[in-house]
Design a protein around this ligand. Structure first.
Ligand SMILES: C[S@@+](CC[C@H](N)C(=O)[O-])C[C@H]1O[C@@H](n2cnc3c(N)ncnc32)[C@H](O)[C@@H]1O
Length: 306
């Protein structure tokens, strides 16, 4: 099993668009904020620093491994932070259960965490988010969910797989790849990222392979979105969070692909109780992208509760 080497996750992780999101959220003393995607706690800690001494953060996170790491990092904030192992789509019930009727701001940072992308090298037990190494095709961020990516790939009908690749991955070769998967799984169960990456790229003639990314990149993105119901969760929080916001509270969301960015944009614009802070999303500076290549596709949109 690979050894954990330097540095630990808490040290290597850099929260994306940190100053920008704080400038939009404007945390203040005595406020109650929700971080819907706590991850390793980088944004949560920064909000807690800004809303001290009495402001609080309710941090939603559904991944048990992320919670273990974040708990250590956030221990110094004591009961100013409350970690809730729950899907952010359940924000309404989650806050009701804590006896909190309204909040002063909400953030979402929707990408994969560095834990998900690096966990193979750190813990030796990856979940198949990256196809760099041969990992089990799991992709569940919350291991309580019943269906893994492998379940989907081995059981879904060709049409369902093609729709997933086309709509969630914007993959133009969706039908070819779905057909390739159905043929391959008749021979042998598809259980690893390596198998799937080879099948997906083998199903598409070389002349149609993308130039800048691996031929299976969009298939992996699409499967992850489907396995975790990512768009349904985003739709739920865009619908259910605005009524929970106090007037003047901000809803700030960082997304990493165009499907999510579009949903956030229209979720804000179509809600008469929310006013966008700006029409255009905020993107990271060149310096941030150089320091943290994962920030490259990030877009921040924020809206204020009227
Ligand atoms: C990009 S990371 C967040 C990183 C975090 N802002 C930080 O500074 O460490 C996204 C996190 O959100 C979690 N997540 C994604 N969708 C979720 C959902 N529907 N409910 C709860 N947590 C979710 C993932 O497990 C992941 O840990």
């Amino acid at each position: 099993m690979p050894q954990e080497t330097t540095p630990s996750h808490g040290e290597i992780h850099c929260p994306v668009l940190l100053e920008e999101i704080l400038a939009h959220l404007l945390p203040r003393d005595n406020g109650i904020y929700v971080d819907g995607t706590m991850g390793l706690g980088g944004h949560t800690a920064a909000i807690l620093d800004r809303c001290s001494p009495n402001g609080r953060v309710i941090a939603f996170e559904w991944d048990a491994r992320a919670i273990v790491l974040a708990q250590k990092k956030l221990a110094t904030y004591g009961d100013r932070v409350q970690i809730v192992r729950r899907n952010f789509a359940e924000i309404k019930q989650g806050l009701t259960d804590l006896g909190i009727p309204a909040i002063d701001g909400l953030i979402l940072d929707l990408g994969l965490s560095s834990l998900h992308l690096d966990e193979k090298t750190v813990s030796g037990t990856g979940r198949g988010f990256s196809f760099r190494g041969g990992e089990p095709l799991d992709m569940r961020m919350d291991n309580r969910m019943p269906r893994t990516a492998a379940d989907l790939v081995n059981n879904a009908a060709a049409e369902e797989l093609a729709d997933i690749f086309f709509y969630y991955g914007e993959e133009r070769q969706a039908r070819r790849i779905a057909a390739g998967i159905v043929t391959a799984r008749e021979q042998e169960k598809i259980e690893t990222t390596e198998q799937l990456a080879a099948i997906a790229s083998g199903a598409v003639p070389k002349r149609f392979h993308p130039k800048k990314i691996h031929a299976a990149t969009k298939v992996f993105q699409a499967l992850r979105i489907a396995t975790n119901h990512e768009l349904e969760n985003l739709e739920a929080i865009l619908r259910d969070a605005p009524p929970l916001l106090n007037p003047g509270a901000r809803f700030c969301a960082i997304s990493f692909h165009s499907l999510e960015d579009r949903m956030i944009k229209w979720g804000f614009r179509n809600n008469p109780t929310m006013q966008e802070l700006s029409k255009k999303p905020v993107i990271p500076t060149m310096q941030e992208c150089q320091k943290n290549p994962r920030a490259r596709s990030a877009k921040l949109r924020s809206a204020i509760k009227l």
